[in-house]
Design a protein around this ligand. Structure first.
Ligand code: HQG
Length: 182
């Protein structure tokens, strides 16, 4: 597949595996999986013809490894970023001493006042590197990077999970654990 078609297929998968499975008539398991044959048939009925080999290409070639197969390679799910109600059942994990969050200046006032909230997703997404946080923030404008005191949060009892593709997740980040990267 060429790059344009890979991106197009990846966007369709993100949409249906994270946000709108019902749009193509599929149902996710409580932990977010869908049978691959069912998915491919549903996509085909809705205008996207994708072979199993092409799906493998989308999953393998994805810049952020957004999707993962189960052990038997019979099912697929999005590794993070859901707005539909799923519980990925990721184990709690100990983050590095700091993590980063990329945003834009127009949200800063609210964020420094009330902390980071998951907004439309299930969890607040945090990045392991400043560079990744800049890219995440840069989707919306000139990026602003916040440093998250994860050590302090852990001491205070907050829990973290890490998705299969290395995104750190937590329920919320109170403002006292945030500072703007100088
Ligand atoms: C902001 C993409 C006001 C927050 C990315 C962000 C990431 C607040 C936006 C992943 C707020 C939510 C997630 C508050 C947070 N008041 N604004 N209290 N708390 N915000 O897209 O972190 O390509 O849900 O700063 O690369 O931007 O989809 O979260 O700007 O990994 O795989 O509210 O999505 O990955 O936006 O991005 P999002 P995000 P994918």
């Amino acid at each position: 597949m060429d790059k344009k078609n890979l991106i197009r297929a990846s966007k369709r998968l993100s949409r249906h595996l994270r946000h709108a499975p019902g749009d193509i008539g599929i149902t996710l398991t409580p932990d977010g999986w869908v049978d691959i044959d069912t998915l491919l048939a549903a996509l085909r009925r809705n205008g996207l013809r994708l072979t199993r080999a092409e799906l493998d290409e989308v999953v393998e070639g994805n810049d952020k490894r957004r999707f993962a197969f189960d052990e038997d390679c019979l099912r697929i799910r999005a590794s993070q970023g859901h707005s539909v109600d799923v519980d990925l059942a990721l184990p709690a994990a100990t983050p590095p001493g700091v993590l980063y969050h990329g945003t834009v200046s127009r949200f800063l006032g609210a964020i420094l006042h009330e902390g980071l909230r998951p907004m439309n997703r299930h969890a607040v997404h945090l990045s392991a590197t400043i560079e990744t946080a800049r890219t995440v923030g840069g989707r919306r404008g000139v990026p602003v990077v916040l440093v998250v005191d994860t050590r302090g949060m852990t001491t205070a009892g907050h829990e973290f999970q890490v998705s299969a593709n290395g995104v750190w997740l937590t329920a919320a980040v109170p403002p006292e654990f945030l500072r703007r990267l100088p």
